[in-house]
Ligand binder design. Structure first.
Ligand SMILES: Cc1cc2nc3c(=O)[nH]c(=O)nc-3n(C[C@H](O)[C@H](O)[C@H](O)COP(=O)(O)OP(=O)(O)OC[C@H]3O[C@@H](n4cnc5c(N)ncnc54)[C@H](O)[C@@H]3O)c2cc1C
Length: 341
């Protein structure tokens, strides 16, 4: 365990924002996590748990304590559970894409469509990460946590995580109350690949057989061609969630804009594409000072170098306003804003 005071946060967030935190604690084991919160020390509040900071927007210096879990280790938990699946687990500090690569090399299926998503294992149940037709909620068996009120351990079953679209109990009623230490996933031993996304299927077929390795390669190729690399241009991926609206709302817009993409959701609801609205409002590729909307992906706001978190936040407000005025659709931020707005 290491405790840092007044530490720069630039390397702790993928927007590359240059704020500081009053206190930041690197945590390496469950025992350390537990002892930090057993009541013996009163840590400066608020508390913030940080993975790679790839879905976070700091808008100010952080005047509290940041918990930075670095728990390592990938384990096979139950190899012979049945002939079809296996349960594996990974520490919260494992880089997500390292786990995906490990699973693909071992021939365990399920994670490959989620290749190259930035961040760490600990955030995956919090965010219910998803891409190319796969959501991690369908693979998570349970989540091991430490209660930040008393240092006790608690396991959340899949049902108890209350997963939703980029959502879970850890973002709602239990927000900032539990530190995820280890996540358990069920993977397939004789996997069938999921190529429900036409663009992914086409890319895999160019590579040859429909194998886990080719799916991973194809996903990485598509993502690299479409999304800015945070190591080069600061960003946090999709800034907004795709809105889910009543069918009647989607029909109203579709009448006026027949080319608007839409996707079936639960009965009576339609999922719309935020990127399409943002592009239609003329934002794609726009740059104001050092903030901008990425030229290839309108959903991604970028820091070209010296932007502040407030400038990025203000741009997101402008975008929200213009989409609402033109289409009557309220975009919800996917990126979590840290600081007082
Ligand atoms: C280029 C780019 C592309 C992206 N593409 C995708 C994509 O395709 N699909 C997708 O779903 N997301 C995507 N994202 C968003 C992001 O990668 C995910 O949300 C990721 O899971 C965040 O992981 P993190 O470790 O960086 O978490 P952070 O951003 O540090 O934290 C996210 C949230 O999780 C909480 N948290 C983190 N670790 C823990 C823990 N151990 N215990 C409890 N709470 C914790 C934090 O407090 C915060 O609320 C993308 C981001 C970028 C930059």
């Amino acid at each position: 365990m290491k405790i840092y005071k007044n530490i720069p946060l630039k390397k702790y967030n993928t927007f590359g924002l240059d704020y500081t935190a009053e206190c930041l604690i690197h945590i390496n084991t469950e025992k350390e996590a537990s002892s930090l919160f057993n009541g013996s020390t009163d840590w400066k509040k608020p508390l913030l748990i940080l993975g790679s900071g790839s879905n976070i927007l700091f808008i100010d210096d952080f005047k509290g304590t940041i918990l930075y879990p670095e728990l390592e280790g990938i384990k096979i938990e139950e190899q012979k559970q049945n002939k079809e699946s296996i349960i594996i687990s990974a520490g919260a500090g494992v880089i997500w894409d390292d786990l995906v690569e490990w699973a693909v090399i071992k021939g365990f299926g399920g994670l490959e469509n989620l290749s190259l998503i930035p961040g760490k294992v600990g955030a995956t149940p919090v965010q219910n990460i998803g891409a190319y037709g796969v959501e991690i909620k369908d693979l998570i068996v349970k989540v091991k946590t430490i209660n930040l009120n008393d240092g006790s351990m608690r396991i959340f079953t899949n049902e108890e995580c209350e997963f939703g679209y980029r959502n879970s109990i850890f973002k709602n009623s239990e927000k900032s109350k539990y530190l995820v230490t280890r996540v358990y996933y069920r993977l397939a031993i004789n996997p069938l690949v999921n190529l429900c996304y036409v663009s992914l299927k086409e890319e895999v077929n160019k590579l040859g057989k429909e194998t886990l390795k080719n799916v991973r390669k194809a996903v990485i190729k598509i993502r690299r061609s479409k999304l800015p690399d945070p190591a080069i241009i600061g960003n946090a991926g999709s800034f907004f969630k795709n809105p889910v609206v009543k069918s009647s709302v989607a029909e109203r817009i579709k009448k006026e804009y027949p080319d608007m993409p839409l996707f079936e959701d639960q009965e009576g609801y339609i999922k719309l594409a935020s990127g399409w609205f943002i592009e239609r409002c003329g934002w794609k590729g726009k740059r104001i000072g050092d903030v901008g909307v990425h030229e290839k992906q309108a959903l991604v706001l970028v820091n070209y170098g010296k932007a502040t978190g407030k400038e990025i936040f203000n741009l997101s407000q402008e975008i929200k306003k213009s989409v609402y005025e033109k289409f009557g659709v309220d975009l919800e931020r996917e990126v979590e804003v840290i600081g007082i707005i």
